[in-house]
Design a protein around this ligand. Structure first.
Ligand code: CDP
Length: 328
């Protein structure tokens, strides 16, 4: 089957250009908290798409007159890197990029408790490093995770994926060739927790039945992505818990060492005290036992002055060479 009649997008076995089944998504991996300088961040890889989301805020909004008195303003900046597509992409923000930024911001507004942060801004930067179709949906998935990572209270996470039509067949998660050559696409943002659709676009011509079938596929895809989002968030906190427990173990180890040192000090103290007591005992043995002082006879109370001193009470210092006479 070919979207425009020239390209085979679905072969006779029902396989797509990249070997997927009609209802199969591309492999997805999500990492949370990849940027140290952002308040929240995530990286999503969906097939060949590589997108980074960074959240800053809630923070003061400039210019202040744009601030909303009763809630935070979520601002999204979806940008494709110049090297993200085959042809060099101009670094200037295109109309498409501004439109995608706006629809992602609207979707996030519906799940974040923006009323908790009046007069502030929450800035969500989405950088597409490599694009291969479905980048707005993948960006929304990553943005939602990054918001949660930034600690913004949320009613639920939003997962995004685009369903589409290749000729008359509904398929899930269009890649770039399918997007360009297929007959239409339906990007969807859905929160399984709230059972709410927060993003829905349609490009192409669908019968109601085809639209419903495509939407059903997309919602099923979002529900699967939502599980991966939760696992990714959990993985971050499990990693933190493991790191903390290692640190605690190290600390406990150090405490044990300290305890060892304390034990040594106690032992040394005990030895020292023991030897001091022993020395004291020995000294006491050498010392004559204390006796009551004898009564001094009246005569001996008079100071005995040597005859020499009586004659010459002031003692001249002895000259060098002379015999030193000891005065008793
Ligand atoms: O990416 P998404 O499907 O959400 O948006 P799109 O406008 O339908 O673009 C489909 C794909 O076209 C993108 O994912 C890119 O792979 C490609 N594209 C491109 O090659 N050059 C651009 N300036 C814009 C998009």
């Amino acid at each position: 089957m070919a979207g425009d009649g020239t390209e085979i997008l679905i072969d006779e076995k029902g396989k797509r250009t990249d070997g997927r089944n009609l209802d199969q998504m591309r492999p997805i991996s999500i990492k949370v908290g990849i940027l140290k300088n952002a308040d929240g961040s995530a990286e999503i890889r969906m097939g060949r798409n590589i997108i980074i989301a960074a959240v800053y805020g809630p923070r003061e909004l400039h210019p202040k007159h744009r601030a909303l008195p009763d809630r935070a303003l979520i601002q999204c900046f979806y940008r494709m890197s110049t090297f993200s597509v085959g042809d060099r992409k101009s670094p200037a923000p295109s109309r498409r990029e501004r439109e995608i930024s706006s629809i992602i911001a609207n979707a996030l507004n519906s799940v974040a408790f923006v009323e908790a942060y009046p007069r502030t801004t929450i800035d969500v930067y989405l950088q597409v490093l490599q694009a291969d179709g479905g980048t707005r949906c993948a960006s929304l998935t990553a943005a939602s995770i990054a918001l949660a990572d930034a600690g913004i209270p949320m009613k639920g996470l939003i997962a995004g994926v685009a369903g589409g039509l290749i000729n008359d067949t509904a398929v899930l998660d269009l890649n770039n060739i399918e997007d360009q050559k297929g007959s239409g696409d339906v990007p969807v943002g859905y929160s399984p927790t709230l059972d709410e659709i927060s993003l829905l676009q349609l490009d192409g011509v669908f019968t109601i039945e085809q639209f419903e079938e495509t939407l059903k596929l997309s919602l099923k895809g979002c529900t699967d992505i939502h599980k991966i989002q939760k696992e990714a968030l959990k993985a971050k906190y499990i990693k933190i818990r493991d790191e903390v427990s290692v640190e605690v173990e190290n600390l406990v180890g150090k405490t044990e060492i300290k305890e060892d040192i304390k034990e040594d000090i106690k032992e040394q103290d005990a030895k020292l005290t023991e030897s001091t007591i022993k020395e004291d005992k020995e000294k006491k043995v050498e010392e004559p036992p204390l006796k009551a002082p004898k009564p001094v006879p009246e005569e001996s109370k008079k100071e005995k002055v040597p005859e020499e001193s009586k004659e010459n009470p002031i003692q001249e210092p002895s000259k060098e060479g002379e015999d030193k006479t000891e005065v008793v």
